[in-house]
Design a protein around this ligand. Structure first.
Ligand code: SD4
Length: 331
């Protein structure tokens, strides 16, 4: 190696090594990349208050030597079955046509990933996404094909539209002006999660019914690898919640991981992505986006466009909801 620079990383002060293109460690390694020491402390973070219960289940799995990918799937299944969460699975708000259409994605520490979009009548889209990852040569299945695949894999057809969601949709439809509701902290609580297991491996996942009353056929960021979630085995992982259109435009989660590769802390990296959304969006009015990130050293962080975003953290010492730093005060 011709050049070595040692830097400190974040609060954990983990030693990190920056290599450059002169490095002779690998002929294919032409990029600058921070090398972080993997933490072996199990940990889960996820978006919004629903993350508390989901984290609990994910952490239970990690504690019994489970893998990060199992923790993600089983943790997110909890939120998918919760009829009180109106942005995910059962009880999720329908699209403009009154149909509950679901998006989900999952990714492990080996770049394996799977996702489903526009999936209907299946309670656990995250588990179908995992099947896509493990049982097919594909990354993404959509709509009818995703549904048929789910049935083939043994998932059961289920009506996910609860009386309460149906009633709200009916009231919305009965209004003369069919405005889309604002995506702010009051009307969305999509869950995205990152877990680290005892081997230091990371995995991430996201599951949602998307933007309430969205145009029929609309797909958000959540099932798009690089936008809704991303995991790099040597660097870390990131996930998104909020207005998917703004997140897709900047490949939000991938952007964050690349910023961490350059040596930024998870929070600094999330902030860069929010700044990029500021540049790339025509209007920031009511444009809420929240990112969470974790690097392989176990350091976590978040950042959102507006106040009101929080994330749940569960490790050996605590299970708590943490308020995210943000760009603008929500008025
Ligand atoms: C979407 N990102 O479909 C999702 C919405 C969301 O909490 O996060 N809601 O655009």
């Amino acid at each position: 190696m011709k050049r070595r620079d040692f830097v400190k990383v974040g609060a954990l002060g983990s030693a990190a090594l920056i290599t450059n293109s002169c490095s002779n460690t690998s002929s294919s390694n032409n990029e600058q990349s921070i090398l972080l020491t993997k933490s072996k402390e199990i940990k889960v973070v996820s978006t919004w208050i629903s993350g508390i219960d989901a984290n609990k289940e994910a952490f239970r799995i990690l504690q019994s030597n489970g893998s990060a990918i199992n923790a993600i799937e089983k943790g997110l299944n909890i939120t998918e079955s919760d009829p009180e969460n109106t942005s995910v699975g059962l009880g999720g708000m329908p699209d403009a046509n009154g149909l509950v259409t679901l998006d989900a994605s999952i990714m492990d520490h080996n770049y394996n990933c799977g996702s489903v979009t526009y999936l209907q009548n299946i309670e656990h889209p995250i588990s179908v996404a995992r099947k896509v990852m493990e049982e097919t040569p594909h990354v993404m299945l959509s709509g009818k094909g995703a549904y048929e695949f789910a049935l083939e894999q043994g998932f059961k057809h289920k009506n996910l539209l609860t009386d309460s969601s149906l009633q709200k949709w009916q009231e919305w439809k009965d209004k003369k002006t069919l405005n889309l509701p604002i995506i702010n902290h009051e009307n969305h609580d999509t869950i995205a999660m990152i877990a680290q297991d005892e081997n230091g491996n990371l995995a991430a996942g996201c599951t949602t019914s998307g933007w309430a009353y969205k145009k029929h056929g609309r797909v958000g960021d959540s099932p798009i690898i690089g936008a809704g979630i991303f995991v790099d085995p040597e660097i870390g992982a990131a996930c998104a919640t909020g207005l998917g259109e703004a997140i897709i435009k900047i490949c939000g989660s991938h952007t964050i991981v690349e910023q961490m590769r350059n040596g930024l802390s998870p929070e600094e990296a999330c902030k860069v992505a929010i700044e990029r959304i500021k540049k790339s969006s025509h209007s920031l009015d009511n444009l809420q986006v929240g990112f969470i990130a974790m690097n392989v050293a176990g350091e976590v962080g978040s950042y959102s466009m507006y106040s009101g975003f929080d994330f749940a953290l569960h490790d050996e010492n605590r299970a708590e909801l943490i308020k995210s730093d943000y760009e603008f005060e929500w008025e």
